[in-house]
Design a protein around this ligand. Structure first.
Ligand SMILES: Cc1ncc(COP(=O)(O)O)c(C=O)c1O
Length: 369
């Protein structure tokens, strides 16, 4: 299998001074999770026995607290959302089965089912409809062999959020089929609305709604590789049997660090919320000021936005120009099969983000001249 455009593009330009191409927040250090004074004692006590395949009870309890409809028995800890999706898809696979995937989306959502032999039916969200949920299009793609509809909310790359009503409506229309709704909620902890701690989740609201979450992007701990699936104990039992064949368990060290992160890391997330909120406002202003050249559906949550370049210049050429002339990295829409768009990371420190926008302005001005 060839490397994805996304990985190739970002890896080749990872030295850019202003990295607006990635999707995360700046990653934190261990001493921001466990105070330095306690660190060596805590680490010294960790043993390397196999962890529980489900994840430790402490961690599952912390994760369950993030959900409205879950307790520890509804949680399976995995190596990121990637493994949660993998074991889910392996468990649900049948000869001739298909999944419906809403695009644009992070490529794992369609590449993983594809390599596992599913027929992947893509349903495109449209810019003209503000990336809203196209209920009729989704339902018309589902049939007796559809095992799941895969949705990302908040979206990557657009940062748009589907409402609970939209998701419940979809669930209602799928009741006659053996089809789940799988919610990839990687960016759920970063709503832009003031005073909202995190977006509500319908994960496990019914046995047909499966949630996938991660400690990665919203906390700045992508290398910790802790994610999870939220579902019924019955469904998780067969996913656990598969997980015993993949990674077996998340290492106790990472499990234990993640317990601390979720228990004591509210300030880390709150600070990240302030950053993405400020940067999303700055980007909206920037797009409005350059409205002859740019347009955008404003993101509502998460760490990314997806402006459209109206000038006709390909977003690959635009990206090359920014990188070459100003040391700024963006991700062209080609990574999502949407040429003309480009993804912008909102997780950079506010001042650095402002400087990067200034450099994009220079490029736009030069294109106008
Ligand atoms: C929407 C979305 N889902 C899943 C992933 C992969 O998540 P993880 O690193 O937790 O495996 C990413 C990573 O960028 C993502 O953006």
């Amino acid at each position: 299998m060839a490397a994805s455009f996304l990985d190739e593009w970002l890896d080749a330009r990872a030295d850019a001074r202003y990295n607006l191409g990635e999707s995360g927040i700046a990653n934190i250090q261990l001493n921001q999770i466990i105070p330095a004074a306690h660190l060596s004692d805590r680490l010294a006590q960790i043993d390397f026995e196999h962890n529980d395949t489900r994840g430790s009870r402490d961690l599952r309890e912390e994760i369950a607290r993030l959900y409205e409809h879950a307790d520890a028995d509804n949680v399976l800890v995995t190596a990121g959302i990637t493994e949660a999706l993998l074991v889910y898809l392996m468990d649900r696979r049948m000869p001739g089965s298909n999944v419906v995937v809403l695009t644009p989306a992070f490529h794992n959502l369609y590449d993983l089912p594809d390599v596992l032999g599913y027929e992947v039916r893509r349903v495109a969200l449209s810019f003209e409809s503000n990336f809203s949920l196209p209920l009729d299009d989704i339902v018309s793609q589902c049939d007796s062999r559809t095992r799941a509809v895969l949705l990302t909310t908040p979206g990557n790359p657009m940062g748009t959020v589907f409402s609970s009503d939209e998701i419940l409506n979809l669930a209602d229309r799928l009741t006659s089929l053996d089809c789940d709704i799988v919610l990839d909620e990687q960016y759920r902890m970063l709503p832009y609305e003031e005073g909202v701690e995190r977006l509500a989740s319908l994960a496990n609201f019914s046995d047909r709604i499966v949630g996938l979450g991660s400690a990665g992007k919203c906390y700045g701990t992508v290398g910790l590789r802790v994610g999870w699936a939220i579902s019924t104990p019955e469904r998780l039992a067969s996913m656990i049997a598969i997980k015993a064949l993949t990674s077996h368990a998340v290492c106790k060290l990472n499990d234990s660090i993640c317990v601390n992160l979720l228990r004591d890391g509210k300030d880390i997330v709150a600070a990240n919320q302030v950053t993405v909120r400020a940067n999303s406002k700055a980007l909206e202003k920037f797009v409005a000021k350059n409205n002859t050249m740019l347009s955008m559906v404003p993101p509502a949550a998460g760490t990314v936005a997806f402006p459209f370049l109206k000038t006709g210049l390909s977003s690959i050429d635009f990206g090359e120009k920014l990188y070459r002339d100003h040391d700024v990295l963006i991700l062209p829409g080609e990574a999502f099969d949407m040429p003309g768009f480009f993804r912008v990371r909102l997780g950079l420190p506010v001042e650095e983000f402002k400087t990067a926008l200034g450099k994009i302005q220079l490029t736009l001005d030069c294109m106008k001249a």
